[in-house]
Design a protein around this ligand. Structure first.
Ligand code: OOB
Length: 555
């Protein structure tokens, strides 16, 4: 294999040599890849069920054989160690097989979310020089293959579109299982295993390189923090490629512990409650809005959730009053999870008092995590005092892929990641998230960098200027609200602006829930748009609520 296939890894910042040596010597980073893990589990657990997807029950040995066979087919396509591919899959067992097959070859997936569209996929493919897009077509869903084809037309490096399901002219995923083919040597444990996507605060996508040895450490620690073992039956509800349901501890942690992953095709309470009862699911992970929907659904359904022992909630702040309802209404323990695709993950402990579980976002999962809270004046905060949370450690990246300029701002000179979260720590070291310093909206766990949306709005002929903010919302935590100024002689129409964003290829979850036209923006002392005042205006509610606004618009 040509060495230049791995050249791009030099653009993924690594830990300083002495720090890396310390992590290796302490046994934190071990020489193991994800595929080694699967091979080990297959040898140890044989036909024990690893995965349940619909009517299919797949044993560890079978998953291992399938991943090897799929690696054969991917290799026959010409994919080699170090190549990047964009993967956009719904929740299904095949995603697990694909992940391990890619890990076997050292082909690195950019893990796109199901909601990403032309704009995001194009950026990922272009930015990484991806060789293929692997996607899945559901019978009645959005045309994912057409999306992948449009991206392929624009990005010359993309040679193949592979599709699971009804792929028409794409290479059928099912044709890639080639157990007969010899495989080349696999990756090193310190190679990048996959790219997670950052929520983003700037217009460009930021790719988070996660490496085998540090991501496996992440998984081991998460498994310990949430008490998984061979009897765990984990229902995978959130999109499987996201760091939380993938590795914190998620489906990978479940396989690490020798348990069984049950795939939920949709997060809907009725569907998931059936799966929980049928497969005696013991734990799952949700974002706060889903937890609220499940609570309300259970009040009506009274489903049999007796097997469920642990519900993890994270991705956005869970308010204490909802947190308090989990145990009495769902009959299971709550574990708050505060994490980020860049690394750091905090959990409330299973042994914590109910008060701590309800009121804090837990403690860092590794004793090697270094956290500090920095006040606006640059000093380190005292206990209880809020400030920006900064972190470094053995599974927190030291920089995004190929972003030297941005990395210099997003990371401190001594290697701490500036999370952009405002938090405080209590006397026992637990984190309480108070807010956000970054210009990002957290819409029920889905992160939206507002710059990207503002830039696209301003590109519309009727918009002179745009300011996008979050509006507090009882269910979603925040919804996306765009304020716009009219270009001279025009009248911006909210519906037309939303269509404009969709036609630009923006993911649906980034399209503002409401668009409000103003005559002028409130300004700060230096003449910038005063977003705080815009948020306050929203809170004062002299604007119509989003549902009413939408009805007005469609009328
Ligand atoms: C998880 O990862 P990301 O990368 O989608 O988002 C990270 C950001 C954090 O910086 C914070 O702003 C917010 O999401 N967040 C929370 C939270 N968990 C995440 N804010 C308040 N309370 C929480 N419990 O969202 C993620 C990754 C791994 C595990 C769990 C969540």
């Amino acid at each position: 294999m040509a060495d230049h296939a791995l050249d791009w890894q030099a653009r993924c910042p690594f830990w300083p040599r002495d720090v890396a040596d310390r992590y290796r010597e302490a046994g934190i980073w071990r020489y193991e890849t994800f595929f080694d893990l699967l091979a080990r589990q297959a040898g140890r657990l044989g036909r024990r069920i690893a995965l349940i997807d619909g009517a299919r029950q797949i044993g560890y040995d079978r998953l291992h054989c399938d991943a090897l066979a799929l690696a054969g087919g991917l290799s026959a396509l010409g994919l080699v160690r170090g190549d990047r591919v964009v993967v956009q899959f719904p929740n299904c067992g095949e995603f697990v097989t694909l992940f391990f097959a890619l890990c076997r070859l050292g082909v690195v997936p950019v893990l796109a979310l199901p909601g990403h569209r032309d704009l995001e996929l194009g950026q990922f493919a272009d930015f990484t020089g991806a060789r293929a897009i692997l996607t899945a077509q559901e019978p009645k869903g959005y045309d994912m293959v057409a999306l992948a084809r449009r991206v392929q037309e624009r990005v010359p490096s993309v040679r193949h579109v592979v599709a699971l399901g009804d792929g028409r002219d794409a290479t059928p995923f099912d044709s890639l299982f080639r157990p007969d083919l010899p495989l080349p040597a696999g990756p090193n444990a310190e190679d990048v295993a996959c790219f997670q996507i950052s929520g983003g605060t700037t217009g460009v996508p930021k790719l988070i390189p996660r490496r085998h040895m540090e991501y496996l450490y992440n998984i081991r620690m998460a498994v310990a923090a949430s008490g998984l073992d061979g009897d765990t039956r984990y229902l995978c509800v959130l999109p499987m490629m996201h760091n939380f349901p993938m590795a914190c501890p998620g489906f990978l942690g479940t396989l690490w512990a020798g348990g069984t992953v049950v795939v939920a095709p949709e997060p809907e309470a009725g569907i998931c409650f059936d799966l929980i009862a049928r497969h005696r699911v013991t734990m799952t992970a949700l974002v706060p809005p889903l937890a609220l929907l499940w609570l309300d659904a259970q009040a009506g359904l009274g489903a049999d959730l007796s097997s469920l022992q642990l519900l993890q909630v994270g991705g956005a702040k869970l308010n204490p009053s909802s947190a308090r309802r989990i145990r009495p209404e769902l009959g299971c323990q709550l574990q708050q999870v505060f994490g980020m695709a860049e690394g750091l993950v905090c959990f409330t402990a299973l042994t914590d008092s109910e008060e701590r579980i309800v009121n804090t976002q837990g403690r860092p999962m590794s004793p090697w995590d270094e956290l500090r809270i920095i006040r606006p004046d640059g000093r380190e905060a005292a206990i209880g005092e809020p400030g920006e949370l900064q972190v470094r450690g053995p599974y927190t990246i030291r920089g995004y892929y190929d972003m030297a300029g941005h990395n210099a701002q997003a990371f401190t000179a001594d290697g701490f990641y500036r999370s952009g979260d405002i938090a405080r720590r209590d006397a026992d070291g637990a984190i309480i998230v108070e807010g956000r310093a970054k210009d990002q909206v957290n819409r029920g766990g889905e992160k939206i960098g507002v710059d990207e949306v503002e830039d696209l709005l301003v590109a519309h002929a009727s918009v002179l200027d745009a300011a996008v903010v979050g509006r507090p919302d009882a269910l979603m935590g925040e919804r996306l609200c765009a304020f716009v100024l009219a270009a001279p002689g025009t009248t911006p129409r909210p519906g037309a602006l939303r269509r404009h964003l969709a036609e630009a290829g923006l993911a649906a979850f980034k399209i503002p829930d409401e668009v409000i036209v103003l005559d002028r923006f409130p300004q700060t002392g230096v003449g910038k748009v005063n977003k705080r005042q815009l948020r306050e205006q929203l809170r004062e509610a002299h604007f119509p609520d989003p549902v009413a606004a939408r009805q007005e618009e469609s009328a």
